[in-house]
Design a protein around this ligand. Sequence first.
Ligand code: G1P
Length: 294
Amino acid sequence: MAKPMRKVVFPVAGLGTRFLPATKTVAKEMLPVLDRPLIQYAVDEAVDAGADTLIFVTNRYKHAIADYFDKAYELESKLSQSGKKELLALVQGTLPKHVRCIFVTQPEALGLGHAVLCAKQVVGDEPFGVILADDLIWNDGKSCLRQMSELSMRENGAGVIAVEEVPHDQTDKYGIVDATKVSERAAKINLVVEKPKPDVAPSNLAIVGRYVLPSRIFELLEKTEPGAGGEIQLTDAIEALLGERSVLAYRFEGTRFDCGNKLGLVQATLHMAMQDPKLAAATKDFIRTSGLAG
Ligand code: G1P
């Protein structure tokens, strides 16, 4: 029987140039959607999927994420002394007690594949997840990564990659798959290519930032040469994996917000405001009465 996924890797070493100047000092994964940073949504998803070990691949300048998940002694004691129990619970609730965080440094920004490879020693010989926190995926029921990890277990440990259709003219922003449908939501990947131009893209089915992968991917990453953009691409190692075992493309249940760009962050913020009973009515009212909706 396949081993369950217990470890999730979060590549968080990126510079977040689309959000400069804010990202001069704020890690892009710390940008908030309402009151929670993007990384919190990602971590909640990993925990929902059964992870107990979170591996952050970071760079030497980014300490905010480690600080965020660390204990905040002074703040906690002040909130506790002043009896602010609800706030204290929020501050202490960023991570369940059974979950541990491990921080690994990516010495050079050589690409997503290289970032994932930095987690090799910590992951060891077991299946693991990867979440790109700037793809925020919201679902009322099971989280996207949980859906994927359950599918992987049912399929004897197969790799599973989250996909969704994107406009044809945007294929050069994504890894794109060619896949043969095997069930309502899953398809067996025949080919995967990183950021193809629309005229040569095999389809418009794009990889979004969720992966469940076997540890074999690390050996393949070690052999992967720089590809699109001169970077070591996870997509290229997955293409190599296809020659050895089947990997499934999975159309997840949920809504994805590309919070790596401004519009996506605005959309996610509005969406979350509409999910919040204290904000939903006032937000709707504002959009209706402000003339913003035209
Ligand atoms: C990365 C992957 C790409 C994937 C995308 C999803 O690209 O390399 O295959 O489609 O994430 O967000 P990036 O956005 O880091 O350039």
